[in-house]
Write a protein that binds this ligand. Structure first.
Ligand code: PNS
Length: 191
């Protein structure tokens, strides 16, 4: 019988309950699902790839058919490398559609054999994005219902470090420009 392996590529900076909702839905329809974190040297993420990987691994321990990996380069090349036939992406609202359609069609142009499958997260996560989570956390709002407990904890640690800089303290192992740039907004759609 044909087994369907899918990848769920993204930035996951940080992973949210919306991502987890999609992973759960994906794990039910695909035989195998790889959550694939893009290692993008041009971006300055809040969390390192290693941190995001650890968080996603902890979030997905309950799913037998879900694994976590990282990749560089084109998503379609990564999909071929791991012998996946499907790319899973989430669509929360119409505003996501244009960007997602463009990406899916470009990926199809690059690799006609790969299919993109869109899934919708639960309605309660339709307004949730990593960018908003970062912003709310930075400004002291509650992120309790937006991210898993472990992610909330890690976010609070980051914010604590940033506040220490603001107060003139120097937390070990981190440089000031690094801390200052951590909460920058992204310009494109942010998962
Ligand atoms: O979570 P995000 O940031 O919305 O994920 C975007 C991602 C990582 C899926 C997209 O930027 C991507 O596929 N990047 C890899 C490079 C690539 O394949 N670019 C061509 C896309 S058509």
């Amino acid at each position: 019988m044909k087994r369907i392996k899918a990848i769920y590529p993204g930035s996951f900076d940080p992973p949210t309950n919306g991502h987890l909702d999609l992973i759960e839905r994906g794990s039910k329809i695909f035989d195998e699902l790889v959550v694939a974190i893009l290692r993008n040297p041009e971006k300055d993420p809040l969390f390192s790839v290693a941190d995001r990987r650890k968080m996603l691994e902890a979030m997905t321990t309950g799913f037998d058919n879900v694994s976590v990996d990282t990749f560089t380069g084109l998503t379609v090349d990564y999909a071929l490398r791991v012998e996946a036939t499907t790319i899973l992406r989430g669509i929360r609202a119409i505003s996501d559609y244009e960007y997602e359609l463009q990406m899916a069609l470009m990926n199809r142009k690059l690799q006609p054999g790969l299919e993109t499958v869109f899934m919708m997260p639960a309605e309660k996560y339709s307004y949730l994005s990593s960018r908003l989570v970062r912003e709310i956390a930075q400004l002291g709002g509650s992120i309790d219902c937006l991210v898993p407990e472990l992610v909330g904890q890690k976010l609070r640690e980051k914010i604590d470090i940033a506040h220490k800089f603001e107060n003139g303290e120097q937390p070990a192992g981190i440089t000031h420009p690094e801390a200052k740039s951590k909460f920058r907004k992204k310009k494109v759609k942010d998962g």
